[in-house]
Design a protein around this ligand. Structure first.
Ligand code: ADP
Ligand code: MG
Length: 356
């Protein structure tokens, strides 16, 4: 791609692009009084409900490389990471606002439309209406910033702060998949593509391992927000957080907000099969991918009762594992290994840590 602006984008202009966005969106949330086109959207929320608001951005070169996944997956992920925050409150997503920074050069209108199509597909899947946004030229890479509004029954949103000593700690899905998928992308593998000839393939890596790597790449590029699980957990979770930075650090937030200690058992952590394969291939510690990899977007929650019957009804097919317990000790996260040895867990992703 050349270093000048795509002529199609130049012809369309900022307001033409907004017009395109406006044409493509569908209104799925019944409270849309006024959507795109005015100075602000007008949105109605039902009595007895509270408004949830969250925002997360994806920056080219920090969170993604455009050559990795294609625009459609990127658009989906932009919304999905925000949906995951609403899921972690037990909420229902309603409206999204999209901040779009389009690189001054190096992207085509067709690529921008792919991103928008992915975002719309994800919005469609969860009944979300794109109600507005902002569009600018970016002097660095592509900037995708979503603000998501949702709702929860008044007084019921599940906070990080409610965990009680004696609660069990549970996690949905499998961990380490997203970090493993990122490693695979960095090694040159691509989603749905055959093994690239320029990447040396270990002789032990058979079709089953390759399928596990592909599942990990999907987990990284198109995480599935655990919305139905989060809503079902309104019935039993005392505290909840979604796993965006790695369970080592996210569990730390939960235990500090709840003023409790958290103990994990290493052998109970549900390891993504792709993490096992990528750890073996790259020499990384699989436990490090599981604990500190980040971007799994699974739900970590505390519950005084067994959540499995509730999740079997609310989110059928989603696995859930009991990985530890809440205790009255100091607000730190410890990990007990199979040998009984216990260590305090630190780490997880931090944007401002040197080398991140
Ligand atoms: P203002 O100058 O009043 O902020 P804008 O010209 O930025 O208004 O936006 C006009 C309308 O288009 C608004 O309704 C805004 O929410 C919407 N809009 C702008 N950019 C986007 C976008 N990327 N996605 C969705 N809606 C957008
Ligand atoms: Mg205005």
């Amino acid at each position: 791609m050349s270093n000048r602006i795509d002529p199609a984008l130049a012809v369309l202009g900022e307001f033409g692009l907004i017009g395109r966005i406006r044409e493509r969106i569908r209104h799925r949330s019944s409270g849309t009084v006024l959507g795109i086109g005015d100075d602000a959207a007008v949105l109605r929320i039902e009595p007895g409900r509270e408004l949830l608001a969250t925002t997360d951005m994806l920056l080219e070169g920090v969170h993604f490389r455009r050559e990795w996944g294609g625009g459609f997956a990127l658009g989906r992920k932009t919304l999905a990471v925000n949906l995951s925050d609403i899921a972690a409150m037990g909420g229902q997503p309603l409206y999204a606002l999209l901040g779009l920074g389009i690189p001054a050069a190096g992207i085509t209108l067709a690529e921008v439309e792919e991103v928008l199509a992915g975002l719309e597909a994800e919005a469609d899947a969860w009944g979300v209406t794109l109600a507005g946004g902002d569009t600018c030229k970016s002097q660095s890479g592509l900037v995708l910033s979503v603000t998501l509004l949702g709702e929860a029954p008044a007084g019921r949103a599940i906070r990080r702060s409610g965990a009680q000593p004696g609660d069990g700690l549970w996690v949905t899905g499998r961990l380490g998949g997203s970090a493993a998928g990122l490693l695979a992308l960095e090694m040159g593998l691509r989603s749905g593509a055959a093994w690239p000839p320029h990447v040396a393939r270990p002789e032990w890596l058979g079709p089953e391992e390759e399928a596990a790597i592909q599942a990990a790449v999907s987990a990284h590029l198109t995480p599935v927000p655990r919305l139905t699980a989060g809503q079902a957990l309104l019935q039993c979770a005392t505290a909840m957080i979604d796993l965006s930075d790695g369970i080592a650090s996210d569990a730390g937030h939960l235990c500090r907000e709840s003023r409790v200690g958290v103990r994990f058992f290493a052998y109970q952590l549900p390891v993504h099969p792709g993490a096992t394969v990528m750890a073996r291939w790259t020499g990384r510690d699989v436990l490090d991918l599981v604990l500190r990899g980040g971007e799994d977007y699974e739900l970590l929650f505390a519950s005084g009762t067994d959540p499995r019957p509730i999740l079997a009804g609310g989110a059928p097919g989603l696995s859930v594992a009991r990985i530890g317990e809440v205790h009255a000790g100091p607000p730190e996260v410890t990990l007990t290994g199979a040998d009984g040895q216990t260590d305090v867990l630190t780490g997880g992703f931090d944007h401002f840590r040197p080398g991140a």
